[in-house]
Design a protein around this ligand. Structure first.
Ligand code: FAD
Length: 400
């Protein structure tokens, strides 16, 4: 059978190998990962894992025996340094090579470096190793002053756990609103209210100017005491190896609607892939477990001969305190939003429209709406802002 090399042992890389075997691929499969652990889930790193409610084994995507039983070779602590596409080999350290018939980039992304003096005092939260370092500090000390740079999903989920562990926490966000790009105003405001009622200080419209041992200085001159500073200001995709192998990169490894590069033997999936989206009609990069998983499944099928493009509906979730935020569809770039339910009650949904068509739904403690929204978005629907705005509108009954 044909041999497959997967570069990156994360959510997407693991799924490529698993799906290949599940779909009957018989050739050799090697996953090369530069972290010490076999593939694990990242979402709990800002949730249950950080809170100390689970260990690394509890995060594993598959048990160690799975890989042996399915003939999947997983190399850990190994980096792919280059890919020679003419010779069809992946190059590891000490000039070792692994030949391939198909190569899949699943290299993920890394934290965006903080462009300020003192950035070396700031911790990131991307890997289990990052989380271990932070977890140690949060669990071994009491009453810390923690500063979070960036009010995105990672920063806010982190802040919620920090409060749970009874430390003081301040979130600093340069934009006027937290999660400005990711969610609607109603959802962001509800989250802010919730964080403030839990005792989190949220400062918006102000940046961090510099960090010193024990201090964070803001652009407005405010100085915050900080025993621990963690940044969550976004990521940059790991594209360097692909770029050096002559492939197009532009905020991601550029692939077509089939997640294929210009080289038919090379695909890219997950956080590192900038793909021609059948939903947005443009080049899109998505950072989510759903996207990593479904793209991996699509590419495994492609390697096995399928000609189907990637069309899966995006969805996402975030847990903060007991708030479960779930998002179906791609809401960014929406031009109209209708909130159904009373945000003050902590249970509502926001329907986001683009050009009069439903683009996505944010379900705030409304799991039923999330499930229904995924269904209507997948099947196509005739929902309009007017229908959704009618008093008593209910997504579930509207479908019956
Ligand atoms: P990754 O999981 O990043 O895996 C890529 C792997 O490749 C990494 O181990 C990297 O070190 C390795 N690598 C890179 N270059 C090389 C190389 N040259 N050689 C060898 N190995 C290499 N998503 C959700 O949907 N819901 C959530 O609630 C959520 N919470 C999150 C919380 C945190 C703290 C983080 C960090 C992410 C969260 N995400 C969440 C996002 C989700 O985890 C990612 O979208 C997903 O992990 C992407 O999978 P991936 O395989 O593309 O990349």
């Amino acid at each position: 059978g044909e041999s497959v090399v997967v570069v990156g042992a994360g959510q997407a890389g693991c799924q490529v190998a698993v799906s290949l075997r599940e779909q009957g691929h018989r050739g050799p499969i090697t996953i090369v990962g530069d972290e010490p652990a076999k593939p694990y889930q990242r979402p709990p790193l800002t949730k249950a894992y950080l809170a100390g409610e689970t260990d690394l084994a509890g995060l594993s995507l598959r048990q160690d025996s799975y890989y042996e039983d399915h003939g999947i070779k997983v190399l850990t602590n190994e980096r792919v340094l280059g890919v020679d596409r003419a010779a069809r080999v992946a190059v590891l350290g000490c000039a070792r090579t692994i030949g391939y018939d198909h190569l899949v980039f699943a290299t993920g992304a890394r934290p965006r470096p903080l462009p300020i003096p003192g950035a070396e005092h700031v911790l990131n939260l991307r890997t289990a190793a990052d989380a271990d370092e932070i977890r140690k500090r949060l669990h071994n000390q009491v009453g810390l002053d923690v500063v979070v740079i960036g009010g995105g999903f990672i920063g806010l989920e982190f802040a919620a756990v920090v409060r749970k562990l009874r430390h003081e926490v301040t979130v600093v966000e340069t934009q006027p609103q937290v999660m400005q790009r990711a969610v609607t105003k109603d959802t962001a405001q509800q989250l802010v209210n919730r964080h403030r009622s839990e005792g989190v200080q949220i400062l918006t419209g102000t940046g961090v100017a510099s960090v010193k041992e024990g201090l964070v200085e803001l652009t407005d001159g405010t100085v915050l005491v900080a025993d621990l500073v963690v940044a969550g200001i976004g990521v940059i995709p790991n594209t360097e190896v692909a770029q050096r192998s002559g492939l197009a990169t532009d905020n991601g490894i550029v692939v077509d609607a089939h997640l294929r590069t210009v080289d038919p033997r090379v695909h890219a999936v997950g956080d590192c892939a900038r793909f021609a989206s059948t939903i947005t009609g443009g080049l899109t990069r998505v950072e989510s477990v759903q996207n990593a998983t479904d793209q991996a499944i699509c590419v495994a099928n492609a390697i096995l001969g399928s000609a189907e493009p990637y069309t899966a509906l995006p969805w996402f979730w975030s847990d903060q305190y007991d708030v479960k935020l779930q998002i179906a569809g791609l809401t960014d770039g929406h031009d109209h939003a209708v909130t159904v339910g009373d945000p003050a009650e902590g249970r509502f949904s926001v329907f986001c429209f683009r050009g009069g068509r439903l683009a996505g739904v944010e379900a705030y403690n409304k799991p039923i709406d999330f499930i229904m929204a995924r269904r209507v978005l997948e099947q196509g629907n005739a929902l309009t802002p007017e229908i959704v705005a009618r008093p008593g509108f209910d997504l579930r009954s509207s479908m019956q």
